[in-house]
Design a protein around this ligand. Structure first.
Ligand SMILES: [Zn+2]
Length: 310
């Protein structure tokens, strides 16, 4: 009997058969040619069939799907999926009809947190908080061995805590969210604005003036090379992120804080600001005994977590 995990992104559906310890036995991925619900369901079914075949089984014990977007509780409905342009799509029931077994749909970053908790950097801990800074800012909390869901199933959305009243517009439709400043897409957008302003010489030098060359690393490097305007933006982003994470440590008192995601991996200066910020700004009692560590499973955390959550 297999545990099947599915990771649904904006361009691929990935499926993996995972053992009880969270080890991937077989995996497959299928490109999303179209993003309509029936086409995405079919892509997932193809990836799942291939992974099961490679694992030499067709009996599914549990199936979890981690998908980028807002999912309300255990409804199986994707309320908002910005990558796919979906609103209120009952993906859970569409998939269980197609696959012929029950399916649990969860937010991808919750699934990733669960993967790290069970099979990665959180092993052996009961109280853990994860922050992933990639194209967006995602987080999830595990308290006493359970994923905190909240009344509506959206607890732990650090990315949508407000850091600037009426500030930059966020992908969620609200203004001033942490993600609108510190998410990778938005770091790029703000750095492009600096480039367009003509006031950030190092950003220009690093990119040759081409906005398509801007990445989050561009901002960190420009700041480190002494570009005053880039440095101001960079420090602001670092402070927003550090304060937000530190405040969550104060509120939740986790035993482990796990940091991951492409932006924190590729921008070591930003990661250092978060670590130092937690030491500086979280309450002393909440950070006593806190272990800050890096996510271990990389891109596989979500698929492993989905399989084990299903
Ligand atoms: Zn938001």
């Amino acid at each position: 009997m297999a545990r099947l995990g599915i990771d649904l992104g904006g361009t691929f559906a990935r499926a993996a058969v995972v053992d009880e310890q969270g080890k991937i036995i077989a995996a497959n991925k299928v490109a999303l040619e179209e993003r309509t619900p029936p086409a995405v369901v079919e892509a997932i079914a193809q990836a799942a069939q291939h992974a099961l075949k490679d694992a030499g089984t067709n009996e599914v014990r549990t199936c979890g799907v981690g998908a980028a977007g807002q999912i309300q509780g255990d409804s199986g409905v994707m309320a908002v999926a910005p990558n796919l342009g979906w609103r209120n799509v009952p993906l859970g029931s569409l998939l269980s009809q197609r696959l012929g077994h029950s399916v649990r749909l969860v937010n991808d970053l919750r699934a990733a947190a669960w993967g790290e908790f069970r099979a990665g950097a959180g092993r052996g801990s009961l109280d853990m908080y994860t922050v992933f800074v990639g194209s967006g800012v995602g987080s999830a909390a595990i308290a006493n061995g359970k994923l905190i869901q909240g009344g509506g199933g959206v607890a732990g959305e650090l990315g949508h805590t407000k850091v600037v009243p009426d500030g930059r517009l966020c992908g969620c439709g609200e203004r001033g969210c942490l993600e609108a400043y510190a998410g990778g897409h938005n770091i790029i957008a703000q750095t492009r604005e600096l480039l367009a302003s003509g006031k950030a010489p190092m950003v220009r030098e690093l990119t040759g003036g081409n906005p398509d060359m801007v990445t989050p690393v561009t901002l960190e490097q420009a700041a480190e090379k002494g570009d005053a305007v880039a440095r101001e933006l960079y420090e602001r982003i670092g402070l927003f992120l550090a304060l937000a994470v530190a405040n969550q440590v104060t509120v939740l008192n986790p035993a482990r804080l796990i940091l991951g995601g492409g932006v924190l991996t590729h921008c070591p200066g930003l990661r250092r600001r978060v670590v130092e910020g937690v030491q500086q700004y979280s309450s002393r009692t909440s950070r006593e005994g806190l272990l800050i560590t890096e996510a271990e499973l990389g891109d596989d955390s979500g698929i492993i977590g989905a399989a084990l959550l299903g």
